[in-house]
Ligand binder design. Sequence first.
Ligand code: URA
Length: 216
Amino acid sequence: MADNTTLPAQVTVIGHPLVRHKLTLLRQVGTATSEFRRLAREISLLMAYELTRDLPIELTEIETPLEVMQAPILAGKKLCIVSILRAGNGIADGMLELLPSARVGHVGLFRDHETLRPVEYYRKLPEDIGDRLVIVVDPMLATGHSAAAALALLKQAGATQLRFACLLAAPEGLEVLTRAHPDVPVFTCAVDRQLDERGYIRPGLGDAGDRLYGTK
Ligand code: URA
């Protein structure tokens, strides 16, 4: 799956040169917390641009200083960004700079040590989530189990239009997520080589939460 040509059609790798450049800086072990946070925000803003490419547009009449014209505006599509805690917040913050009117939901999941499956510990979502285009964000798509569980609980909560966005994906995580949710478009900035035995994406960027919040 690491070869982009063999990815499922629902997966988009955002190959914009600015995204690729900033991702390289983000990966580097010497990148300080403040710089990491800034880069994650900037990449997320660029991802939001790609994720919203197909939003519907309508025409409205406006007046320029010279004349009246029919001008394009967004056709009232309501958005919701759902952050998978905690590292998802670093992505949500960047997307909100481009999409300031979006509502924000949060989902918290931890891994049960015995079953190794995600267990929900927190959920706060807008009531009208069913009317919104929901962009679910988590920087690292590693095993794919948390992302798949988050999408399942959002569908259960009424969400019908979902997209998933991450900075890096492991082939293993993409396999799990796309099998569980073949209806959900997935956006990533890169597909890395593999998941290691500790659950880290290789070559990756380390622990995204620790690097965003300086907790290591
Ligand atoms: N979560 C991370 O933060 N990094 C990984 O490499 C895998 C999961």
